[in-house]
Every structure is written in C-alpha cells, then in structure tokens.
Design a protein around this ligand. Structure first.
Ligand code: GLV
Length: 309
C-alpha cells in the first residue's frame, strides 16, 4: 500500500483506480512539509511541481497530472530523480475541441459583446448595423498544432464548410499542411492554437505574428496562455489590427491582463476547455490509473518521461 497525496478534490469516482492505497486528500495544493513520506502525487495544472517539491519528497515515484498539458511539472528534474510523470492524453480532445469551436463561433460573431449589452440594458432593439461579425461558414481555419485536439477541431470545421489549413513543426503529409507559421497566419480567417507550452512555443504569437494576420481575422487560444503575448494581442485588438479574439487561457492565470479585459471584441473564458462532467471524471481516472500502474511496476502508456521508468 502506497501513500498517495491528492492535492485537490477530484470529481466523484476519479480516484477509483487507487482503491487499496492510502490517500492523503488535500484541498488546496501541495505543502512541502507533508511530502516526506509520499510515494505518489495526484495534482492539477494549478499545482507547481518544481525541483523544490521533488526535493521535499525523497520517496516520490510518480506524479499523476490531471491534465494533458504538463508545463506545470518540471519534467527534467523529475526524470533526473527517477520520478515518473503521467498525464491524461486522449480523453479530453473532443470536449476541448467543442470549446475551441464555441470560441470560434462566439468571437467571430461578437456574442459576448452582444450579450453584455443586452444584460446591461443597452440593447435598444434590432438594428441593421449592429454586432456585425465575421462568417464562420466558408471561412479558412488555420490550426497551429495538429495533434489530437487540432484534428478534432478540423473535423468540426468540415461541417461548417470551412477550408482547413494546419501548421506544425513536422510535415504531416496531409492536405492543408502549410510549412510556415507566417504563411498560415497570412491566409487564415480564424487562427486556432493547439500546441503545448514549451520554450519553443512561448509567445509564438506576438506583435510580429499578429501583424501578419488579416484585419478581419479571429484568434482563438484554448492551449496555454503564454503561447500568446497578451499585451501585444490587446494592442492588436485596440488598434483593429485583427478583428476579434476568443481566449480560454492566460499568461498568469487566474490574472487576466487588464488591457485584454478592456479590449474590444473579445470572448474571455476561465480555462474551461475540458470542463464537462464526464471528461473531468475521466481525466482524474486516467491520471490515477497511471499512478496505480507505475506503483505496481507496470509501464502505462500515459507516461511523459519514459526515461524515468
Ligand atoms: C487543460 O488545460 C489540460 O491541459 O488538460
């Protein structure tokens, strides 16, 4: 029986795979003082698992991150200490793609602004020039990153009669592949980001990239906040250099850049990409199952640093 620290409350049933282990349920993250005897940690993307945390947990064998992105974990430090890191690939693709498409629609059609006006009593009745957005049907979608989630967004776009382009670092050999990000940005009516946060993707979209986009284009980010330079995006929106933005993630969550909050034509959501009852439950189970398997000496498929096994 291993000691497993669970940093926050998870959806009901999420910890079922760990039945039989001792679970130390916490409500509010990791405290270095309680890590000395811990064999495993189940954590969320809001928990920073850095070298200091790893050092405070000398018996730690595995971290189960209840997210597909794992930029909150210092994977290099974990690998160096032989600590296995598991994530939740595959189970949130469709739910996150649904949300990306919701943002594509909401940002293109200025839905947040329109609803804010209605709720604020500022709607004076139908007007022919009101809330004129950009059509989604028939538009060109540019996917930056073409992994499972990007491809799930592409499937939805086909139903809207969109032309779908994609860019990623390797040639996919598939129709719609665009070898450079610059070319994709210049051609797309909607740009949707689906890359993990790494040193290479931090501020992948900054002032220079925004300037390449069409003045009628819409930017959607359901990946990680720091992939976009928020200040540059706010300026581009203020100056009308792009049409609109739909964001689910931010550079310094839960803070949102004040200029972005004030910028026109934005839809801003509080990181809800995978937030459905079924998907969040499944994510917890997949992370817990990875932890169970590693503790049992097995090699689960959701390990992000196999070198640590
Ligand atoms: C959510 O943002 C995730 O990475 O799972």
């Amino acid at each position: 029986m291993a000691r497993v620290l669970v940093t926050r409350r998870l959806p009901d049933g999420g910890l079922e795979p760990l039945a039989g282990h001792e679970l130390l349920q916490r409500e509010d993250g990791v405290e270095a003082g309680e890590l000395a005897d811990v064999d495993a940690i189940i954590c969320l993307l809001t928990d920073r698992i850095d070298a200091g945390v790893l050092e405070a947990a000398p018996k730690l064998r595995v971290v189960g991150n209840v997210a597909v992105g794992y930029d909150n974990v210092d994977v290099a430090a974990a690998t160096a200490r032989g600590v296995v890191v598991c994530n939740t690939p595959g189970v949130l693709d469709e739910t996150t793609a649904d949300l990306a498409f919701a943002l594509i629609l909401a940002a293109s059609r200025l839905l947040s602004e329109a609803e804010r006006d209605l709720r604020g009593g500022r709607w004076q009745g139908w007007g022919i020039g009101q809330y004129l957005g950009q059509d989604v049907h028939g538009a060109t979608l540019g996917l930056v990153g073409y992994g499972r989630i990007g491809q799930a967004v592409a499937r939805r776009a086909a139903g809207f009669g969109m032309q779908v382009l994609h860019h990623c670092t390797h040639d996919t050999g598939e129709p719609g592949f665009v070898p450079t990000l610059d070319a994709l940005l210049a051609e797309a009516d909607v740009v949707s980001l689906h890359v993990p946060l790494t040193d290479a993707t931090r501020h992948l979209v900054g002032a220079r990239e925004l300037a390449l986009m069409k003045a009628t284009a819409v930017l959607v980010n359901t990946a990680r906040g720091p992939v976009v330079d928020e200040e540059a995006l706010a300026v581009a929106l203020e100056e009308g250099r792009i049409f609109a933005a739909g964001l689910d993630v931010y550079e310094r969550e839960p803070e949102v850049h004040p200029r972005l909050l004030a910028a026109p034509r934005t839809v801003l959501l509080p990181h809800v990409g995978s937030a459905s009852v079924a998907t969040r439950t499944r994510m917890a189970q997949v992370a817990a199952e990875g932890v169970r398997a590693v503790l049992a000496g097995e090699h689960p498929s959701n390990v992000v640093n196999p070198a640590a096994l």
